[in-house]
Ligand binder design. Structure first.
Ligand SMILES: [Zn+2]
Length: 58
């Protein structure tokens, strides 16, 4: 299951979606689901998906 996370982190405040397989966080639930499906089936990361992940500084 994609996990809904609420963040308050400078400009990144809002609701985000975390792939529970790899822990990456996305702004779009559809991308988070894509990532989770990929992670579960391939046991690796797909750069086309993970490049959409939210990167948190610090
Ligand atoms: Zn993932």
């Amino acid at each position: 299951m994609v996990k809904i996370v609420k963040l308050e982190h400078k400009e990144e405040t809002g609701t985000y979606y975390m792939c529970e397989e790899c822990g990456l966080i996305y702004a779009e639930i559809s991308i988070a689901k894509c990532c989770e499906d990929w992670c579960r089936n391939h046991k690796s990361c797909n750069l086309e998906i993970t490049r959409n992940a939210i990167k948190f500084e610090g």
